[in-house]
Design a protein around this ligand. Structure first.
Ligand code: PHE
Length: 346
């Protein structure tokens, strides 16, 4: 049989280990610990019950050990209480000298930045945004816009057809929105339709099968070509700077008559001639014209009463000119090194 002395020493060592290993997470746990070990009926004071049964020599040895244990436990409780009080007060935990965590802010896509800018210029003139649809029927993309049945633009080369009867397709221009607006809204109409358009073209630095346009349409009584020119002049100056000049060259679109293409004075050399404008001093940026009377007839608007103008521009083209971007493919690759360069613009 083990002696009482041995049993007590083992018990004391066991308690000492438990005290040393105690690692509470809250003040409540510390208090529980204190009650269990140090209160009047706790484990350490009750060691003295057995202590009485020992011989005087044994008492000397065990007394020292019990007192040591009591001291260790008391110190442990006190220091734990102090440190948990500090930790509980979260304010004291903040190190005010630490540098802040850098927040990675996203940036708008350059095409969105320029689209928003174009929209904001025209909404100041009273235009409203009317979204179109990317999947169209032949009628809205071509027919109602006065494209003859045999027009080459309907050819498989340019248009992505979705249905085998070639009636459902991905719109090739935002002018399809014009056809919707004129048959679904009553004049006066002053609308702006931004969005994606699709053409079956080989992808290169200057062409893509997917790009973005913005269409403008104004239908009212007495709308003249002079109104169109004035509006576009205002747009060019707002977009590219006050000194920008415009020039209109005669052109052809089935849905406008007369039609024109608009150039702006070169954004780089200001008109003197450089390699961006290929020495001409001018950059082509959009197509426009007066709404063809046939288009009004298809939309059941009386061309004797109403007139209107329309214009359409490529957002990629304007963005490339504005930011000096040379390769169209950059817009679609989502290379973070390219996109990050626009993080300071909204
Ligand atoms: N839809 C024509 C294009 O894609 C642009 C245009 C729009 C021309 C409106 C005239 C009027 O090239």
């Amino acid at each position: 049989m083990l002696s009482n002395l041995r049993i007590m020493i083992d018990k004391i060592n066991e308690l000492l280990k438990a005290v040393e290993n105690f690692s509470p997470k809250s003040l409540e746990e510390v208090e529980e610990f204190r009650l269990k070990y140090l209160s009047k009926k706790g484990l350490i004071p009750s060691l003295f019950n057995d202590f009485r049964t020992l011989s005087p020599d044994e008492k000397k040895v065990v007394g020292v050990e019990i007192n040591k244990l009591k001291q260790v436990a008391t110190e442990k409780v006190n220091s734990l209480k102090a440190s948990l009080v500090v930790n509980d007060n979260s304010e004291l935990e903040i190190d005010l000298s630490r540098p802040g965590d850098p927040l990675n802010l996203g940036s708008r896509h350059p095409l969105s930045i320029v689209r928003n800018e174009i929209i904001s210029i025209f909404t100041r003139l009273g235009f409203i945004v009317a979204d179109g649809r990317e999947i169209e029927d032949d009628d809205h993309n071509f027919g109602k816009l006065n494209f003859p049945a045999d027009h080459p633009a309907r050819d498989m080369q340019d248009t992505f057809f979705i249905s085998s009867d070639m009636n459902v397709l991905l719109r090739t221009h935002t002018s399809s929105s014009q056809a919707h607006e004129m048959s679904e809204m009553k004049p006066p109409i002053r609308s702006l339709s931004p969005g994606r358009v699709y053409r079956n073209e080989a992808i290169s630095a200057r062409a893509h099968c997917l790009f973005h346009q913005i269409e403008g349409l104004y239908v009212d009584k007495n709308v003249s070509f002079a109104d169109l020119k004035q509006t576009l002049d205002y747009f060019a100056k707002e977009m590219f700077g006050e000194k920008t000049k415009i020039r209109l060259r005669p052109s052809y679109f089935p849905f406008t008559e007369p039609s024109a293409e608009m150039d702006v004075s070169c954004t780089l050399c200001g008109g003197k001639g450089c390699n961006v404008c290929k020495g001409t001093g001018w950059l082509e940026i959009l197509g426009c014209g007066m709404v063809d009377p046939n288009v009004f007839v298809f939309a059941e608007i009386d061309p004797q009463v109403y007139s209107g103008y329309a214009f359409g521009m490529g957002i990629e083209r304007i963005t490339m000119l504005k930011y000096g971007i040379k390769d169209l493919r950059l817009f679609f690759e989502n290379d973070i090194r390219f996109l990050e360069q626009f993080s300071s613009v909204y």
